[in-house]
Design a protein around this ligand. Structure first.
Ligand code: ACO
Length: 326
């Protein structure tokens, strides 16, 4: 099997900043509550003209430039998102057209906040088996478009952004060392957007009842997240023949600082080995992990030879982790 790794990363955040002070004017909340319960101080919000594909194209172009690969060289484009531009065509098709990646196969992955990890695990298989050589994997979400800004339980959490990676062949012993994916559909009711699908098509009633926005049981999701971040990271490390002492950087899904702290405690790794952008970006669903990864690369924190663990969890419920030798 061919070794496959990340050849380049890129990210894009919209310009508009929504601060906790802004939210104080919209719902009954406070900066103190949001920071102490979540660690979030501000998040980015897409402009009225921007949809997920617009954010994705910006991040993708940066990842292609970083990898030194042209769009024409891409064999596959996978987009992890729960906020596609539209139900179909897939956002990956819209991105392909905008980039001019004429020979690339295209599809979206729906695994909520784990969408990016699921996406890279799928794309990596095609490269490992020699079917394809270069894949673009994007995690993008415009959660502001499915957030109920009258619900203080959820609206303080979410933001918009896109992160991208170009995958391709690397030297033996480098790149992805393992993947660990999981799902538990029994927990699907804990985190969902019910309206607009085939069970509850859009109607005046679904709009009036706010069924096109995120509904969440925060406490249950919190407990689930703490459990699966630790267990999936440990499982991925074990599959790679490594232990938690080998982790140079842990890049977890960015949902809540208390979830990240609890997971880091469970793994027993020093806090400075964790990459966090939650304070500035909030929870960007599928984009959180690839944006944090790109920011760590841009800041020069990750060096050749480092062992990086990417770990996510989200609606479905879903979870996933991968160990990457940089
Ligand atoms: N401002 C002020 N008070 C608030 C706010 C707010 N923004 N939100 C909730 N409260 C209140 C509640 O109403 C409740 O009041 P009550 O006791 O009078 O009923 C009180 O604060 C405590 O509420 P809890 O739900 O117990 O607060 P908790 O400490 O659990 O924090 C939170 C809530 C931040 C949502 C936490 O549970 C969490 O982070 N859960 C995980 C969320 C997550 O990971 N989501 C992933 C989403 S991924 C995706 O959607 C694609």
């Amino acid at each position: 099997m061919r070794s496959v790794g990340i050849l380049g990363t890129g990210s894009y955040l919209p310009e508009r900043v929504l601060t906790n002070a802004d939210l104080e004017k919209m719902v009954d909340t406070s900066d103190e509550w949001i920071v102490s319960r979540t660690g979030i101080r501000e998040r980015r919000i897409a402009s009225d003209e921007q949809a997920s594909s617009d954010l994705a194209v910006e991040a993708a172009q940066r990842a292609l430039d970083a990898a030194g690969i042209t769009a024409e060289q891409l064999d596959l484009i996978v987009v992890g998102t729960v906020t596609p531009d539209m139900v179909f065509p897939a956002t990956a098709c819209l991105v392909q057209d905008r980039l001019g990646a004429k020979k690339a196969a295209t599809f979206d992955v729906s695994a909520a906040c784990t969408g990016f990890i699921y996406g890279i695990s799928v794309a990596a298989q095609f490269i490992q088996t020699g079917v394809y050589k270069h894949a673009l994997v994007i995690g993008v979400d415009c959660l502001s478009r499915i957030t109920n800004y009258t619900d203080r339980n959820t609206c303080v959490l979410f933001g918009d952004g896109a992160g991208a990676t170009v995958l391709g062949p690397v030297n033996e012993g480098e790149g992805f060392l393992s993947f660990e994916l999981g799902g538990d559909g029994a927990g699907g009711h804990l985190l969902k957007q019910e309206g607009g699908g085939s069970r509850m098509p859009a109607s005046q009633e679904t709009v009036a009842n706010n069924l096109h926005t995120i509904a969440m049981n925060g406490r249950e999701v919190f407990k689930f997240a703490v459990r699966v971040i630790g267990s999936s990271a440990e499982e991925a490390l074990s599959k790679a023949g490594l232990t938690k002492e080998d982790i140079d950087f842990l890049i977890p899904h960015q949902a809540n600082m208390r979830i990240i702290d609890a997971a880091v405690d469970r793994l027993g790794i020093p806090k400075e080995r964790t990459v966090v952008n939650l304070d500035r970006c909030g929870n960007m669903s599928s984009a959180s992990v690839p944006v944090a990864l790109d920011q760590a690369v841009q800041e020069g924190r990750i060096h050749k030879g480092d062992t990086v663990v990417l770990v996510g969890f989200g609606g479905g419920m879903t979870w996933g982790a991968t160990v990457v030798k940089w």
